[in-house]
Write a protein of this length. Structure first.
Length: 86
């Protein structure tokens, strides 16, 4: 076995590691703009997990906040399939 200093062995080990995957959720500016246009109004959102209706309280680049009968729901914009104002 070769005798490498410990810090050199660590850097050699790091060179051979597989790169880590990074999940990226791009901002969908048209959906964000549409949701901002209905702040304070009732909407139905169809998501990949089903539908939810409520009043749009706040919109961020990655999620929307719906108030449904006093309960707050934070819905990721990347999960929205369609939006329908009520």
């Amino acid at each position: 076995m070769l005798n490498y200093p410990m810090n050199q062995m660590n850097s050699m080990h790091q060179m051979h590691q597989m790169p880590q995957s990074i999940v990226v959720y791009p901002v969908d500016p048209y959906v964000v703009e549409t949701l901002k246009s209905v702040i304070g109004k009732q909407v139905v959102l169809e998501t990949t997990r089903g539908g939810i209706s409520g009043c749009v309280v706040d919109v961020k680049p990655d999620h929307v906040v719906l108030d449904t009968r006093g309960r707050k729901f934070f819905v990721r914009i990347c999960e929205i399939v369609w939006i329908m104002p009520e």
